[in-house]
Design a protein around this ligand. Structure first.
Ligand SMILES: [Zn+2]
Length: 211
């Protein structure tokens, strides 16, 4: 059966400021000089700092997160990245007290795009990490969090939003080639497992416009 279009807003919605338009088409999103994607909901996080070399943005790191693990669309990730999580609200939250982390982007199960840190700044997403022999991947990477778990299939809306965002970032930051898109588990092996076996790398990469 051929894929049926569903829940597709009109094409011209991509020209609006509607944050929900982030997955509406394959057109690139616009990125401002600081590295804010205008179609994303902007939720600034304090958990960032300056890049040592603002010109060196050359790696894309795919993650997953959900808070509590396996629970979705409740706003807790946004609160966590802004140091506003109520740690008394769930037993798991006790395990992450005091952690100051962020990512540049977060894609919800419904494919909604949130941005916490402008790409021109360094988000705190990778921690101890090495890519091709180079340490401290936060210095030169962009972090994208998918709402999810290692084992639960990601949604069609998430793949669509992620691909459109990736295409946009590759156009804007040409040092990011397909070979320089990686998973957190690949740069922090033994310490991190995300985005996990549920993430369909061939589906993601084969669907990019640059392929
Ligand atoms: Zn991660």
């Amino acid at each position: 059966m051929p894929p049926q279009p569903k829940d597709k807003p009109p094409q011209d919605s991509t020209h609006s400021e509607d944050s929900g338009a982030a997955h509406a088409s394959n057109l690139p999103l616009s990125v401002d000089a600081e590295g804010w994607v205008n179609a994303a909901v902007c939720v600034p996080s304090p958990n960032c700092d300056e890049r040592a070399d603002p010109e060196d943005i050359s790696l894309l790191v795919i993650h997953n997160i959900s808070l509590p693990p396996g629970e979705f669309e409740n706003g807790c990730v946004q609160q966590f990245f802004c140091n506003q999580l109520d740690h008394a609200a769930h037993p798991f939250f006790q395990e992450i007290v005091g952690l100051e982390v962020s990512s540049h982007f977060f894609i919800s199960r419904q494919g909604a795009l949130t941005q916490f840190v402008p790409v021109g700044a360094r988000a705190w997403h990778a921690g101890a990490s090495t890519f091709n022999g180079r340490e401290r991947c936060n210095d030169f990477s962009i972090g994208i969090e998918l709402e999810g778990t290692d084992e639960q299939p990601y949604t069609d809306q998430q793949y669509a939003c992620l691909q459109r965002l990736t295409d946009t970032l590759m156009r804007h930051y040409p040092a990011i080639s397909v070979e320089r898109i990686t998973g957190h588990s690949d740069i922090s092996p033994g310490r991190k497992t995300d985005p996990g076996p549920a993430f369909d790398w061939p589906r993601y990469l084969d669907g990019l416009a640059s392929r």
